[in-house]
Design a protein around this ligand. Structure first.
Ligand code: ATP
Length: 353
C-alpha cells in the first residue's frame, strides 16, 4: 500500500500535506501525532471516505485514488466501534459478508471461527448494549477481521477502554495482527501504544510526516526536537544552549563536549536532548549543577525533577532516593545517549552511527 505525495485541503486548512508512505504487507504501521495533525484524514483518504486534492493512493498494486470505499477491500474500525444497536453480536459480525451475498453456511462458519479466536463466542446472541466496552471493541474487531481485507485501518480503537483493559487489548491486538499477516494502519496520539504495537511509526505534525522508522529508530535517533519530545514517558529533556566551538554554554555553566563525535558542531544557538533515563544524579560532581525541585516515586521507578538554571530537567531513577526538594545536586549526561539539535531543531548526526 502506497501513498504518493498526497495532499488534502479543507478550504484553507491543509489537513494532509504532501504525504508519501510505503506500507508493507506484514507492517503494523502507526500514524502518531498530536490532535489535529491529520492522522484521521490520512486514514479516511486510504479508506476512500475522502478524496485527495493531489497525489495517488495504491492498494495491492492498484491505483485506487478516486475509487469508492467498496472497491478498495479495506476494513476500518473507528474509535466509537459503531456497532448496529438493533443487531445481535452475531448479526453485527456477519454484516460485511451478508451485504456481499456470501452463502449463509460460509458466513456461519466464519463467524464461529473469528468469535472463537476473539473469545466472544458466548456473546453471539446478545445485543451491543448488553456487553461491556471491551467486549464491544472485540466485536468491532471481529467484524473487521472477518472480511479478509487488503488492509486494516484502525482509528484509536482502544481509546474508550480503561487503562487496564487498554493494555490487555493492546497485547491481544498485536498478537492478532501477527497471526493475520495483513497490514494494519493504526492511528493514535498515544506514544506508548505506538511504541508497543508497531513495526513502523510515522510521526506527524501539521499535516506532514516528520519521520518514519521502527519504534527503536524513532526513540534512539529522533530526527528533530518535535519527534524527540513526542516519544518517551517522561519525554526527552530538550535544553536550550549556546555553542562556542565544542563548548556548550548554559547560563553561567559550561560543558565541554570535545569528546562527542558529532559530524559538525553548531556555531551558536542549539539544543541538548537527553532522555530522563540517561541522566544520573551525583552529590559530588557532574556536568551541571542544579537543585532538586520535586521527587515523584512511582513504585518501580522514581521521577526526579531537577531545576537547572531555573528550567526543569526530568531524571528517571531506578533505586530508592533520599533527596529532598531544595537539595543541591549534580546531573551527569550519558555521552553515548546525548543528542545535539541545531538551531532549527534538526538532530546533528554522530560520526559513530
Ligand atoms: P485527532 O487526534 O484529534 O482525531 P487528527 O490528527 O486525526 O486529530 P484530523 O482529524 O485528520 O486530525 O484533522 C486534521 C485537520 O483537518 C484539523 O485541523 C481538522 O480540524 C481539519 N479537518 C478534518 N476534517 C475536516 C472537515 N471535514 N472539514 C474541515 N476541516 C477538517
Amino acid at each position: 500500500m502506497v501513498l504518493e505525495n498526497v495532499t488534502k485541503r479543507f478550504s484553507n486548512i491543509i489537513a494532509v500535506n504532501d504525504v508519501s508512505l510505503k506500507i508493507e504487507k506484514q507492517d503494523f504501521f502507526t500514524l502518531l501525532g498530536p490532535s489535529g495533525c491529520g492522522k484521521t484524514t490520512t486514514l479516511r483518504l486510504i479508506a476512500g471516505l475522502e478524496f485527495p486534492d493531489e497525489g495517488n493512493i495504491y492498494i495491492a498494486g492498484k491505483n485506487v485514488t478516486m475509487e469508492l470505499p467498496k472497491n478498495r477491500n479495506v476494513a476500518m474500525v473507528f474509535q466509537n466501534y459503531a456497532l448496529y444497536p438493533h443487531m445481535t453480536v452475531r448479526e453485527n459480525i456477519a454484516y460485511p459478508l451478508v451485504v456481499r451475498k456470501i452463502p449463509k453456511r460460509e458466513i456461519d462458519r466464519k463467524v464461529a471461527f473469528v468469535a472463537q479466536s476473539l473469545q466472544i463466542s458466548e456473546l453471539l446472541d446478545r445485543y451491543p448494549q448488553q456487553i461491556s466496552g471491551g467486549q464491544q471493541q472485540r466485536v468491532a474487531l471481529a467484524r473487521a477481521v472477518i472480511q479478509t481485507p487488503n488492509v486494516f485501518l484502525l482509528d484509536e480503537p482502544l481509546s474508550n477502554l480503561d487503562a487496564k483493559l487498554r493494555i490487555e487489548a493492546r497485547s491481544f491486538l498485536k498478537r492478532l495482527s501477527m497471526e493475520l499477516g495483513t497490514s494494519v494502519i493504526y492511528v493514535t496520539h498515544d506514544q506508548s501504544e505506538a511504541m508497543a504495537l508497531s513495526t513502523k511509526i510515522a510521526v506527524m505534525n501539521q499535516g506532514r510526516i516528520l519521520q518514519v522508522g521502527t519504534p527503536k529508530e524513532v526513540y534512539d535517533k529522533p530526527m528533530n526536537t518535535f519527534v524527540a519530545s513526542f516519544i518517551g514517558n517522561p519525554p526527552m529533556n530538550i535544553i536550550d544552549c549556546l555553542f562556542v566551538g565544542t563548548k556548550c554554554v548554559l547560563g553561567d555553566q559550561i560543558i565541554d563536549f570535545s569528546d562527542l563525535p558529532l559530524i559538525d558542531f553548531p556555531s551558536k544557538k542549539a539544543f541538548i536532548g537527553i532522555r530522563p533515563e540517561h541522566v544520573t544524579l551525583d552529590t559530588k560532581d557532574g556536568d551541571l549543577i542544579g537543585e532538586i525541585y520535586v521527587v515523584e516515586p512511582l513504585g518501580f521507578e522514581t521521577i526526579v525533577t531537577v531545576s537547572v538554571n531555573g528550567k526543569p530537567l526530568k531524571v528517571l531513577v531506578f533505586e530508592d532516593v533520599s533527596f529532598k526538594s531544595g537539595d543541591k545536586i549534580f546531573v551527569k549526561f550519558k555521552r553515548n545517549k546525548l543528542h545535539i539539535f541545531d538551531e532549527n531543531g534538526v538532530r546533528i548526526r554522530r560520526r559513530d552511527e
